[in-house]
Design a protein around this ligand. Structure first.
Ligand SMILES: [Zn+2]
Length: 429
């Protein structure tokens, strides 16, 4: 059983990696269509030869790592099941304590440790690649610290969630998914509420924007948009990355507009104002609440399908894996595998919805600031600083892009350029 699983998984994984690698580095057509050549969306007009080459390499290597990491996660869950580790972890945890909460905590921590150990090499490669291309400026110790924090934060949430799920599986074996979902609704809202003030500060330092003049400009724009913001937050990211970013997060009184300090150091004020107007667009068009409702709805569907598939999988393979029933904690890797598969499948749909929202925010921002030159400048800087690709391979866009490509975004902004300037920028042929 172990042998058959290892051979099958190993062979499929190697074939898959080779195919994806071939696609990313040779197969995909990322030639800029002729109509865009020489326009502001053409990276050759704002990046030098070296930047072009680096962005090409860097974004492909990053995508390869992403595409490899997905089946690797599935492989880890299957490995834990086929090699009997799940059964062993359950027996250990039962031997240590008779309290189900402690048993679940021990089991989850052991499973997460195995996961950490097996995914560490790829995480480390990912970090090293970002270092080599000078995107990450983070020291190894700071990187390890973040890894450590996220390990324990996710352990904590995982233990609580798993405890609730298995509690309902024991009490309500048929409708556990519904009860778990009902409880997850207030929890999701609560998490979104505390995220910016409790979770995010565990990783980075947040403080009020130091540049008072700029804050004044941003807040006056916010009041024009009827946003009740009183302050703008700056986050210290330059010790970790060279990439630029800004975002709106949290709900209710914890809503925060956040700017990475890298953005402040790199962009001109009018460029920052465009970026801020984009973030305000998300707020004005209620994208955060839409996301909240969408994730609550998707979790209902996910839990329902998850319950059906878990029942089927345990009935069919439970004996081989040493899993006695769905309410046996040893079935957790099966459930995690199912959730991971489902979220992989729904990812491209979420991306497409998100791309459309991002497009709406871009339109909102350009109509508010009426400064296409600054907006295009901001996007060009974003591309250079993140070594991102203006026109990524189709599969990469499908699976990874929650934003339109820079080609699409800059092209949209160009349509707002005054006609005279557009003519001057058009290719001469
Ligand atoms: Zn956005």
């Amino acid at each position: 059983m172990k042998k058959r699983f290892s051979i099958w998984f190993g062979v499929l994984f190697v074939i898959y990696t080779l195919l994806i690698g071939w696609y990313l580095f040779f197969g995909a057509n990322t030639e800029l269509p002729n109509v865009y050549k020489g326009t502001s969306a053409d990276p050759a007009t704002f990046m030098n030869a070296r930047q072009l080459e680096l962005s090409h390499e860097f974004s492909r290597i990053k995508s390869l790592i992403y595409f490899v990491s997905i089946p690797l996660e599935w492989g880890i869950y299957l490995f834990v099941l086929y090699f009997g580790l799940s059964r062993v972890f359950r027996n250990w945890s039962k031997g240590i304590s008779r309290f189900s909460f402690v048993q679940i905590a021990i089991y989850v921590i052991l499973l997460m440790c195995i996961n950490l150990i097996l995914t560490f090499p790829l995480d480390y490669i990912n970090y090293q690649v970002s270092q080599a291309y000078e995107i990450s400026t983070q020291s190894f110790s700071s990187w390890m610290k973040d890894l450590f924090i996220s390990f324990w934060v996710s352990n904590l949430f995982m233990i609580l969630t798993v405890f609730v799920i298995y509690f309902f599986m024991n009490r309500k074996p048929k409708k556990w998914w519904l009860y778990a979902w009902l409880l997850s609704v207030p929890f999701t809202v609560f998490m979104m509420f505390i995220q910016p003030v409790v979770i995010d500060p565990l990783y980075n330092d947040f403080y009020r924007l130091e540049d008072k003049q700029l804050e004044e400009k941003i807040l006056s724009m916010a009041s024009r948009a009827d946003i009740p913001a009183e302050r703008v937050f700056e986050v210290d990211m330059s010790e970790k990355t060279n990439a630029l970013n800004a975002y709106v997060t949290g709900i209710g009184s914890n809503l925060r507009i956040v700017l990475w300090d890298t953005t402040l150091n790199t962009l001109e004020d009018d460029e920052i104002l465009f970026v801020m107007a984009h973030e305000m667009g998300h707020f004005v068009m209620h994208h955060l609440y839409f996301n909240l409702f969408a994730s609550i709805f998707l979790s209902l569907i996910g839990l329902y399908i998850g319950a059906k598939l878990l029942k089927w999988a345990v009935a069919r393979y439970g004996e081989k894996w040493g899993v006695s029933g769905i309410n046996d904690i040893a079935s957790l890797p099966v459930l995690l595998l199912i959730f991971s598969l489902l979220s992989f499948l729904v990812g491209p749909i979420e991306n497409a919805v998100s791309r459309s929202a991002e497009n709406d925010s871009d339109v909102y921002a350009i109509e508010m600031t009426e400064d296409p030159e600054a907006a295009i400048g901001a996007f060009q800087e974003l591309t250079i600083n993140g070594l991102s690709e203006v026109n990524p391979p189709g599969l990469v866009k499908f699976f990874r892009y929650g934003h339109p490509t820079m080609l699409e975004r800059i092209h949209l902004l160009e349509s707002y350029m005054p006609k005279e300037k557009e003519k001057m920028k058009a290719p001469s042929n």
